[in-house]
Design a binder for this molecule. Structure first.
Ligand SMILES: [Mg+2]
Length: 174
């Protein structure tokens, strides 16, 4: 079951402080696109997220986009942000994450996966041996039936995880 649990969870990507990432011991950050940086199929990025990217870059972290979406969606998006990218990464298979870590010159445990889906981002991070942050999706999916189904199971898993963390006294993440 632990393959489905993130290292931590937060509401928004902007809730990830530089201090927290130092505490996690990471140097590279692998970012999901859809519903992590921007709503599905939205080519724009919110100003608060642009500011966060700047802060994190200035603090010396390397960032890369790792998305299951197509090259047509991911490339212009990553280029606009000035980030390297992996499109069609086939998450939760870990090879896209591992390739991104190699490209940045870091070992997997020094790369933080940031995403909004347990069954792609978090499972992939755990298979790749990377710490991870599960975010709440920016916008609820109503049209993508398969994602709506996965969200239901995710909620059950997260409820379980919260109960476990409370039992273990980890109130920061509970
Ligand atoms: Mg996503």
């Amino acid at each position: 079951m632990s393959l489905f649990y993130p290292t931590i969870y937060r509401r928004r990507i902007t809730d990830l402080s530089v201090e927290l990432m130092h505490r996690l011991g990471v140097q590279g950050i692998l970012l999901d696109v859809d519903n992590t940086l921007t709503p599905h199929d939205d080519p724009t990025v919110d100003a608060s997220i642009l500011a966060w990217l700047d802060t994190v870059r200035q603090a010396g972290f390397l960032l890369m986009v790792v998305s299951n979406n197509s090259d047509e969606r991911v490339r212009p998006f990553a280029e606009k942000l000035g980030l390297g990218y992996q499109a069609k990464a086939a998450k939760p298979l870990p090879h896209g994450y591992r390739a991104a870590a190699r490209a940045m010159g870091f070992s997997p445990r020094h790369c933080l996966v940031v995403g909004d889906q347990i069954f792609t981002d978090i499972l992939g991070a755990n298979l790749a041996g990377m710490p991870s942050v599960l975010l709440e999706p920016i916008e609820p999916e109503v049209k993508q039936k398969f994602i709506v189904f996965k969200r239901r199971i995710e909620r059950l898993l997260m409820r379980n995880a919260r109960q476990r963390r409370r039992r273990e006294g980890d109130y920061e993440n509970a």
